[in-house]
Write a protein that binds this ligand. Sequence first.
Ligand SMILES: CC(C)(COP(=O)(O)OP(=O)(O)OC[C@H]1O[C@@H](n2cnc3c(N)ncnc32)[C@H](O)[C@@H]1OP(=O)(O)O)[C@@H](O)C(=O)NCCC(=O)NCCS
Length: 152
Amino acid sequence: MVDIRRMRMSDLKAVIEIEETAFPKPWSLNAFISQLANDASICLVAVAKKPERVVGYLVVTQFVGVWHILDLAVHQDFQRHYIATDLLEYFFDLSGREPHRGYCLEVRKSNRGAIKMYESFGFICSGIRKGYYNDNGEDALIMWRDSEDMLA
Ligand SMILES: CC(C)(COP(=O)(O)OP(=O)(O)OC[C@H]1O[C@@H](n2cnc3c(N)ncnc32)[C@H](O)[C@@H]1OP(=O)(O)O)[C@@H](O)C(=O)NCCC(=O)NCCS
């Protein structure tokens, strides 16, 4: 249904539009630009065909040997069509080629759909950050997945 490729500067208008409807505290344009300029980051988009348009994206960065999933969203009209799944599978394929310690992310405790999706990829809840989200004081679950090397 979609093609997955690296994010470009020219995708950012569409990315920001999705970001602003997906999150109560959306990332700024500069936040995306910094990730595009960061050699340690992988920024992907999902592109629907006919008409061609960006309908989802994933931003991940590596530090101290761990991949941190920083941002993932799919346009509301395109959700539940496995687009986030496609983005994550593409990313795991890319990141699995080099040694690393694993993957982690934070997710709102109330975001049951996202938590279910991450669990289906082998993430487990490894901790809680109390009051992590400053828009409503909600807790974040810290989710972790071992690298493929450690799973083997
Ligand atoms: C979370 C999000 C990225 C999922 O994108 P998506 O493309 O709709 O997800 P997929 O279609 O790949 O879902 C795969 C599986 O995850 C689970 N899942 C995903 N969204 C779900 C939801 N809203 N409710 C329940 N389960 C859900 C389901 O098990 C689903 O498989 P199924 O449809 O066969 O039941 C999307 O809902 C979104 O952009 N939300 C707003 C931003 C956000 O919360 N990002 C994550 C922050 S950590």
